[in-house]
Write a protein that binds this ligand. Structure first.
Ligand code: DGY
Length: 316
C-alpha cells in the first residue's frame, strides 16, 4: 500500500526522518515556500513550524490535506475554523515545552530584578574601572507580586518557579479557580492583577479574545515601576501602545521574546529602547525541548495519517 504523502517543513534529524518514512512519504523536506506551494495539492499531511501561516486560502489549495502537525504549542498560524470545516486535524505539542518557556520567563524576571543587562552594559562601557557612578542596584524578587495572565500549563510552571523565589503570585484566566498544588496563588480580575503586580507576565493563546489584550488602558493600570514580560505571542500586546507607555514612563520596562511581526522591522522603536529586552522567540529553544517537540509533532502527523488518535489534536 502506498504511504500517504506529506510535507515536512521543519528540519528533522536523519533518524527521526527514517522512522517517519516507514509510514509516510515526505514529498518536500525543508521550508522552501515555492516547493511547499507546488506540493500542497498532493499533500495529505504537513508538519510545519507554528509560525507557518495556513489561512483558508492556502487550505483551499490543499484538497487532500488531512492533518496539520504544528511544531509548537501555539496554533494561531492556522485558520482553525476553516481546517475543522474541511475535516483537517490540527495538532500541536503542548506540555513538552512548558518547562523551557517557564525557565526563560523566570530568567527574565531575575535578569530584570538584578539588572543583569544594565550591569553587563556598565562593565562593557568601562564603568567598573571608573567606579563612578556605582553599578545599578537591583531588587529582591522575594515579597514582590507576580501577575500571571493565562494560567494553563506554562503559567502554572512559571508560578512554581516564582514561588521558589519567594514571590507572591496572582493570576487571571478564563477559569479563575484555585489550582491543586498552587493554592497559594490567588485568582483575581484582570484590572486588579495589573494594579497589584510588580511584574506582569503573559501566557495566553493568541485568538480573537486575546488579540491586543494589553493595550493603552491596561498599561495605564500598571505601576510605573512594573515590568511586562511577553513570551506568548506578539499580537497579545498592542505594540504601539506599549512603546508609548515605555517612552512616557507609564511602566518601567518590558522583556519580550515575541513581537508583532517577527522578525521585527529594523526601525521597530522597541528595539532601540534601553528599558526593553528583546529576544528572538526562543521560549522553547533548548536542545532537549526542541527534540521532544519534534518527536511529538512527528507522532501527531503519523498517527492521523495511519488512522490512529494523535497525542494532541486541538479541533474536535
Ligand atoms: C510555541 O510552541 O508556540 C512556540 O512559541 C514556538 O513557536
Amino acid at each position: 500500500m502506498s504511504k500517504p504523502p506529506a510535507i515536512i517543513a521543519i528540519d528533522l534529524p536523519a533518524g527521526l526522518l527514517e522512522d517517519l518514512r516507514r509510514s509516510v512519504t515526505p514529498i518536500v523536506t525543508g521550508s522552501d515556500p515555492a516547493a511547499i506551494a507546488e506540493a500542497l495539492p498532493r499533500a495529505e499531511g504537513i508538519l510545519c513550524s507554528a509560525l507557518f501561516p495556513l489561512p483558508a486560502e492556502t487550505l483551499d489549495r490543499a484538497p487532500r490535506l488531512r492533518v496539520i502537525s504544528n511544531f509548537g504549542v501555539g496554533y494561531n498560524n492556522v485558520d482553525l475554523e476553516a481546517a475543522t470545516a474541511r475535516g483537517i486535524a490540527v495538532c500541536n505539542t503542548p506540555g513538552v515545552l512548558s518547562g523551557a518557556v517557564a525557565d526563560l520567563t523566570m530568567a527574565l524576571i531575575l535578569a530584570i530584578a538584578r539588572r543583569l543587562f544594565a550591569n553587563a552594559a556598565y562593565v562593557r562601557a568601562g564603568g567598573w574601572s571608573r567606579r563612578e557612578p556605582p553599578p545599578p542596584l537591583g531588587w529582591d524578587p522575594a515579597g514582590k507580586t507576580l501577575g500571571i495572565i493565562g494560567f494553563g500549563r506554562i503559567g502554572q510552571a512559571v508560578a512554581l518557579r516564582a514561588q521558589a523565589f519567594g514571590m507572591e503570585v496572582v493570576y487571571h484566566d478564563l477559569v479563575n479557580e484555585p489550582v491543586e498544588g498552587l493554592e497559594d496563588c490567588r485568582p483575581v480580575p484582570l484590572e486588579e492583577l495589573l494594579e497589584l503586580s510588580d511584574v506582569v507576565t503573559l501566557h495566553v493563546n493568541l485568538d480573537p479574545s486575546t488579540h491586543h489584550l494589553i493595550g493603552a488602558r491596561e498599561l495605564a493600570l500598571m505601576k510605573p515601576t512594573a515590568w511586562l514580560i511577553n513570551t506568548s505571542r506578539g499580537q497579545v500586546v498592542d505594540q504601539q501602545a506599549l512603546a508609548a507607555a515605555l517612552r512616557d514612563g507609564t511602566i518601567a520596562g518590558a522583556a519580550l521574546d515575541v513581537l508583532d511581526p517577527e522578525p521585527p522591522a529594523p526601525d521597530e522603536p522597541l528595539l532601540a529602547m534601553e528599558n526593553v529586552i528583546v529576544l528572538p522567540h526562543v521560549g522553547s529553544a533548548t536542545v532537549e525541548t526542541r527534540a521532544a517537540m519534534r518527536d511529538m509533532a512527528v507522532r501527531n502527523l503519523v498517527a492521523v495519517l495511519t488512522g490512529r488518535t494523535p497525542p494532541s489534536c486541538v479541533n474536535p
